[in-house]
Design a protein around this ligand. Sequence first.
Ligand code: TXA
Ligand code: MG
Length: 324
Amino acid sequence: MAKPTAPIIAADAPDAVERAAAVLLADGLAALPTETVYGLAARAQSPAAVAGVYAAKGRPSTNPLIVHGSGAAMLAETGEFTDAARALAAAFWPGPLTLVVTRRSDAQIADAACAGGPTVALRAPDAPLLAAVAARIGPLVAPSANRSGEVSATTAGAVAEGLGNAIDLIVDGGPSPIGVESTVLDVTGPPRLLRPGALEAAAIEAVVGPLAIGPAPGAGPLRSPGLLSSHYAPRARVRLDVAAGDVAPHEAWLALGDEESAAAHTVRLSLSGDLHEAARNLYTAMRAADATGAAVIAVSPIPDRGIGSAIRDRLRRAAAPRDA
Ligand code: TXA
Ligand code: MG
């Protein structure tokens, strides 16, 4: 049943931490800003709250959530850290890195947070408000604050548009400073890159050496976050790697750089071609391109380096064939 539209409060309001904590302690759902994208937070210990997250997002119960904590000490109560996990946490937390580790048998989190599996994804975000709430009430699950399969939210307004009637509170921290989700790394064994993201693979490799790409061979579906290949999808069809000269007039053009094309509508990811700016603008730009009503969004070629790899990954999934 639809709830009343969730109130939006400012992250720097004096009572923001207290109000978010009160909602979450009552097993409610609160959208909170992080450095990557907005997260839909719920108390990880509570089966009812975690079930509420899956329901609000329309997320398949087979797709596990990330458990967010105020720091490595809190998260070490939930998962077993290998030497590589410890080194990566020390190097990059708080920050946009998610570590998949073996779940501790005494972990105080709802089974559904891990989709019933033996591993758990952990992250200490560089997000003072979320960290303060977690420090007060314990770890929080926080998937991206969008309906499952749709474009992630990087503003409070985008959260409200997608989930405003399904959740209890939205905390507005302004536009997300990074704009794409965390990098997800399986460190249950030799490190494997499950989802390219905000933290570049090269930075991770500088700490733990070369990464394997994708889930381990033979890993069950729960080990593979790429399982749902259509994701981050706008309403329009998405066409990738389209040079300016190949854009059709009826298409909306998601452009990197300052080139002109025949498109009636152009949305610029970054006028100067800066990939960090493009990441920051990605989801808002996809929403804007979709809002033009064009049936097709043509996207400039994005270089496959640095954070460009994460942008390419999201665009590839936005372009993937959809389920009915
Ligand atoms: O930046 C982020 O990570 C954001 C912010 C809010 O923290 N959160 C986010 O959550 O992107 P979500 O739920 O949209 O994406 C989590 C990804 C999914 O691809 C999921 O399949 C994967 O992490 N994942 C979660 N638990 C896993 C596990 N135990 N093993 C493998 N993959 C897992
Ligand atoms: Mg997501």
